[in-house]
Design a protein around this ligand. Structure first.
Ligand SMILES: C[S@@+](CC[C@H](N)C(=O)[O-])C[C@H]1O[C@@H](n2cnc3c(N)ncnc32)[C@H](O)[C@@H]1O
Length: 290
């Protein structure tokens, strides 16, 4: 999983930081909703920080004493921080962590071995369903930060939590028919990812101190560059049918779950001009704890 994320994070276009300015500004605006009430804060935690291209770290560091960046891919965070001034670097702590808890019971190796050995898809599905029931525990790499952050942010991570990895491994490391792959990925994999997303939200909430805030954003619909203006002109209103067919299911699951667990402000939308191949419509908001 770690290698999988590292590879995705490395695969970036050279002008990405510039290309993402609209995305970054939209995210800074979400943080500003909190700063406008709380002013300067002590600690900000950011989950899924990766290359940090969606974060204006200089701006954030001017608003707090400490920023903790969490991601499974330590190298991308290290590269991002290396570009910052010494003054800003002093405020930053990097935490390498698997935010799913799946690593705790050697899930990734076990799954890969099973598909390499072509274990029947029914048995793999059972393994995935059983793994979902093992997730509910504290994440030992996060424990020392529990209830300590004034603001905890979640950076477009729901769609990356496990399902794509499962899909790639079962397709490329195993030898399954389309029907068997469907049983592994769409039955077992989706069942597991649903639990992983909820567990991720629980960890997110545990990091927030009493009276603290959340900032959450997620990609909800892939869009082609030629469609950007169409969606902007319509104020990002999206036909329900299009959302049902092409929307990013696990972002919806994650957002629906977290929305019920905090008091969110108004949600806003914008285009995340991801790469020359296309981008996403994003949605984000800030919240107080219930
Ligand atoms: C879409 S990126 C978010 C964008 C990122 N902030 C940036 O600017 O590059 C999602 C991030 O989630 C991280 N991630 C995915 N699965 C993870 C996991 N199980 N545990 C921790 N981080 C994970 C990836 O490494 C990636 O950096």
């Amino acid at each position: 999983m770690e290698k999988f994320c590292e590879k995705l994070n490395e695969d970036t276009e050279s002008n990405r930081y510039q290309k993402w300015h609209e995305h970054r500004n939209a995210i800074s605006n979400l943080f500003n909703e909190v700063f406008s009430v709380k002013g300067y804060v002590q600690k900000i935690g950011i989950l899924g920080a990766g290359n940090c291209d969606d974060l204006d770290i200089n701006f954030l560091s001017s608003k707090c004493d400490e920023i903790i960046l969490f991601d499974i891919d330590l190298s991308s965070m290290e590269k991002a921080v290396a570009k910052l001034s010494e003054e800003v670097k002093k405020k930053i702590t990097l935490v390498k962590v698997d935010l799913t808890n799946l690593n705790k019971f050697d899930f990734y190796n076990k799954f890969e071995e099973m598909v390499k050995e072509n274990v029947p898809s029914k048995k793999i599905k059972r393994f995935l369903v059983e793994s979902a029931s093992k997730l509910k525990m504290d994440n030992e790499n996060l424990e020392s930060y529990y209830y300590s952050c004034d603001i905890v942010a979640s950076s477009a991570i729901y769609t990356q939590l496990v399902l794509n990895w499962l899909q790639e491994k079962s397709k490329n490391s195993g030898n399954y028919t389309t029907k068997e792959l469907d049983e592994i990925v769409n039955d077992g994999g989706r069942y597991l990812t649903d639990s992983v997303v909820k567990q991720y939200n629980s960890e997110l909430l545990k990091l927030v101190r009493k009276d603290g805030n959340l900032v959450v954003w997620a990609d909800i619909l892939p869009v082609h560059p030629g469609e950007y203006d169409y969606f902007r002109k319509r104020n990002y209103s999206i036909d329900k049918r299009i959302l049902n067919q092409h929307g990013l299911t696990f972002s919806f699951q994650g957002l629906k779950d977290i929305r019920d667990r905090a008091n969110f402000n108004k949600w806003s939308n914008w285009i995340w001009d991801f790469s020359s191949n296309g981008g996403y419509i994003c949605i984000g908001s800030s919240a107080n704890l219930l």
